[in-house]
Design a protein around this ligand. Sequence first.
Ligand code: SAM
Length: 260
Amino acid sequence: MQMTTPSQFHPPLLPGTLYLVATPIGNLEDITLRALRTLKECTVIAAEDTRHTGHLLRHFEITKPLISYFKFNEAQRSEQIIDRLRRGETVALVTDAGSPGISDPGERVVRAALAANCRVEAVPGPCALVAAITVSGLPSDEFHFAGFLPHKSGQRIKKLQALAFMPGTVVLYESPYRIQKLLQELADVFPERQIVLARELTKRFEEFLRGTPAELIAATAKRSLKGEFVVLIHEGEREPTDQPNEHVTSAEDSSESPGR
Ligand code: SAM
């Protein structure tokens, strides 16, 4: 058997590389060893919110220069980040929580870095969509992540109607301010489907609510829904295929989701 030296397991950061570093979505223990080392060893951290990331860095006793990188300065900051990469610096990009680029800033600087022939590496870790789908009990062999719905009512309904035809589980992010509204919309568009609300994943008040939209509306009528939510919608009937596929699960087969 070929032995691998420790240095091959822990290669030093490569000059001129943009590292996309995933950070915890609630539980600080979810940060990876590689994320910590990347944050310690990089030249500079580009953060969505420097104050928020400052708390994370203090918790892990990391001192590092921070620059802000968020939705409204992405274009200008991307250029500055590319300049730094060209000078051989290592830049770690983090957002407030989870994986950069997933309903978060990041995509633009990645495209700019690739266009400039700079190296881009993922330092993978927490992501609310992955955590939610894996514990939802809904089919995870195929799913469609749609992120946040638009804010305007008409556009939301249109988007949901389009999602009704997507194969696999549909996964949405939603804010606590619109979660009750979303349940009403789901009752209109998906009255028969099983829904899973994954609330406050990895945090103290983590909770999973399962049922049809009407059942969830009834279950939550007398309480305020606080915190962060991932909303998962069971797939509709799959088109019959010529090839029998024993992994295909019908809506009836999997409607009894495991409780928690
Ligand atoms: N980039 C992040 C990721 O990798 O999951 C997502 C960032 S997006 C701005 C924030 C949304 O993600 C929240 O509104 C919520 O829908 C979802 N989210 C983040 N943390 C969560 C948690 N702990 N529990 C449930 N949903 C969460």
